[in-house]
Each structure stands twice: as structure tokens, then as C-alpha cells.
Design a protein around this ligand. Sequence first.
Ligand code: NAP
Length: 246
Amino acid sequence: MSMFSLAGRHALITGANTGIGQAIAIAVASAGASVTCAGRSSSAQTVSMIAGAGGEARELALDLSDPMAARDAFAESAYDLLINNAGIIRRADAVDFSEDDWDAVMDVNLKAVFFTSQAFARALMSRNASGKIVNIASLLSFQGGIRVASYTAAKHGVAGITKLLANEWASRGINVNAIAPGYIATNNTEALRADEERNAAILARIPAGRWGRAEDIAGTAVYLCSPAADYVHGAILNVDGGWLAR
Ligand code: NAP
């Protein structure tokens, strides 16, 4: 399976302490990469799970509410892979939506994705190296959603910059792609699962008949980081139990 091996690669994953980011960190490490778990909360649990399985991981403090926070992260270590996973969501009716809920989500979910990718690409280009970026998009990169105005705007933006960066950087040996997860049971969707009516409506629409698990996203991330995806640029892969096919 060397086509899917990440041996000898160094990956930085944002928001790897929980949820989808944690599952991706564990999978990328099990494919052979050494992993830096970057986030605002401690990723000690992820690091020890990876170490316990014989992998290599460390933590890096990174609070992306400052979208430029990663500007120096790529100077102190040579990374080959970047997974922009960190994200937040704020829910309110559009008529009541506050500027704070707009800015907070746009900063972490879109502006930080762009400027973290820029810092990573600059470091790669300065050493003439190739690399891969995987962004975590959403069904709301394609659909409107309800009561999540800034999240929808940001995730549509993630789809757009994934394609733009692919256009600019494919010829520089940098693959930029995204994964659009469906409804995955994590902290991000706790409020939806707690609402009986929304939960039933969502479940009824998922062809796979169940909520996704964070682990359902991890294999696609490994694939997009691997040599198997060398000719994949600007793609947004849906991993959604069939939701968008419906
Ligand atoms: P989650 O469990 O809430 O995880 C979000 C991660 O982002 C956490 O590690 C969180 O750290 C980190 N984060 C938030 N703000 C940050 C900041 N300012 N600086 C650094 N890290 C920060 O939710 P998740 O579902 O795994 O979300 C991961 C990604 O998948 C997000 O981009 C989300 O939009 C996307 N997504 C999720 C779903 C879904 O159904 N769950 C669907 C589509 C897309 P803390 O623990 O410190 O908050």
C-alpha cells in the first residue's frame, strides 16, 4: 500500500484535540506521518493515543482566532502536509445575527485557512519542496443551511479558495483539496442532535441512515495527503453518507 503511505512526512493539523481533527491526526499518524497537533486547547489526549499506537506526535499551541497566528509556525519545522480542520459555528436567525458571530466564524473558518495555507506554501516554496493541503469544507459549501449565516459564508469561501489555491499552486507541486463532511457526530453538531425534530429530519435524509463518525472522514484525509492523490487538485470530496446525492 505504498501509494497511501505517509512515511517520512510531517503533517500539521489544526484543531486536533477532538472530533474530526483528532480522527484525522490518528489516521495520518497510522499511515506513517509524524504529526503536529496544533490548537488552542491541549491535544495531549491525541498525542498520547498516537504514541500509544507507536506513532509520532507533538502539540503546538495555536489560537486561530488570530487568523495570522500560524505565520511563524512553518519556520521552526519543515512540514509537508497541512490539514486546515479547526472551525467554529454560531447559530442565530439571520435577522438577529450579530457582527461578533459573523467575524468570529469568518476569522477562524476562512481567514485563518487562507493565511495558514499562505504561510505553509511560502515555507514549501522557499525550500523548493512539494506538499499537500487538505481543507475541511462542509455541506454548507454547497447548500444554504439554516441559522448559520457566517458558517455558510465561510464554508462557501473555503470551497472557493481551495480551487483558487489549486490553480495557483498546482504547478508549484502543492496539491490543495478539500473534504466536505456530512453530518458528523462531534461537538460542532451537538445542538442539532439534541433537537429531536432536527435530528429526526436530518437522519431521514441521509441515505446511509446514520450520522457520520469522525473516523469516516479520516481515510479520505489520508488519501488526499498521500502520493495516490498527486494528480488531484482543487477537488472537494463529499463524505456525507450520500446526503448531496439525494
Ligand atoms: P469540533 O469537535 O467542535 O472541533 C473543532 C476543532 O476546532 C476543535 O479542535 C477546536 O478546538 C478547534 N478550534 C476552534 N476554534 C479554534 C481556534 N480559535 N484556534 C484553534 N483551534 C480552534 O468540531 P468538528 O466537527 O470536529 O469540526 C472540525 C471541522 O469539521 C470544522 O472545520 C467544522 O466546520 C468541519 N465540519 C464538521 C461537520 C460536522 O458535522 N461535525 C460537518 C462539516 C464540516 P477547541 O476544542 O479548543 O474548541
